[in-house]
Ligand binder design. Structure first.
Ligand code: FAD
Length: 191
């Protein structure tokens, strides 16, 4: 992944063939690698959410600055339009909700451990990833053509952070975790 101009400085796919690991280099017991990799995903996901909230805040700030300064006519800034105000208000509320949900998940991890916090982690994973996508989209729309150039960081984030809804479990998988648990409480065992 990545771009040729940046020498693909992003993620690569690693294939191990006939790979031998010296016994003293084993992390954990033999055959337990997948379980260890899975364990990293809980803290990894909440870390991504915190990073996405930071990107949302920067995009929000750029959106407001653009709405306040771009004039559609002399003395009539873009921010006078009610639809732009709605984008700003919705973004503010969604970023705030994301931050409180992530804080709650962090508190839950601290008090109950990762395993008991699976649902909270799944919820923030898809919720914040979608907030990020919406906030970036609104910020780009507010910038017009400028928004899809690389003269602001918005287009870069939009391209690169679209993966948020895919990696560490796509939205659909995390939503299944949450829905399955809710349905189980009503006697429906969905597998
Ligand atoms: C930026 C980035 C970083 C990554 N980093 C890592 C890493 O560090 N380690 C690692 O192991 N992998 C990593 N991945 C891989 C990532 O985990 C997979 O891309 C992801 O799990 C989806 O698998 P896939 O790409 O094979 O898509 P597929 O499995 O082909 O899924 C395609 C689509 O089908 C849908 N789907 C999939 N499963 C279900 C389901 N159960 N129910 C309903 N719908 C479903 C989803 O919409 C999904 O996007 C990374 C990917 C990206 C984009």
């Amino acid at each position: 992944m990545g771009e040729p101009a940046a020498e693909f400085l992003s993620h690569g796919e690693v294939v191990f063939e006939s790979c031998r690991v010296p016994y003293e280099n084993l992390l954990g017991s033999e055959g337990a690698g997948f379980a260890i990799a899975q364990q990293r995903l809980g803290p990894g996901r909440i870390h991504h959410c915190m990073r996405w909230i930071g990107i949302c805040e920067r995009a929000f700030s750029l959106m407001c600055a653009r709405a306040a300064t771009r004039e559609l006519a002399p003395g009539r800034a873009l921010g006078h339009r009610q639809i732009v105000q709605e984008w700003i208000a919705d973004s503010r509320a969604e970023i705030h909700a994301s931050r409180l949900m992530v804080l709650h998940a962090a508190e839950r991890i601290e008090s109950h451990g990762l395993y008991e916090s699976r649902e909270e982690i799944s919820i923030i994973k898809y919720y914040v990833a979608n907030v990020l996508q919406r906030v970036l989209d609104r910020a780009i729309q507010t910038h017009g053509a400028l928004g899809i150039t690389d003269l602001t960081p918005l287009a870069y984030w939009y391209r690169h952070e679209r993966g948020a809804r895919i990696y560490d479990g796509p939205d659909e998988v995390h939503k299944t975790v949450v829905a399955r648990r809710a349905l189980r409480a009503h006697g429906l065992d969905v597998r």
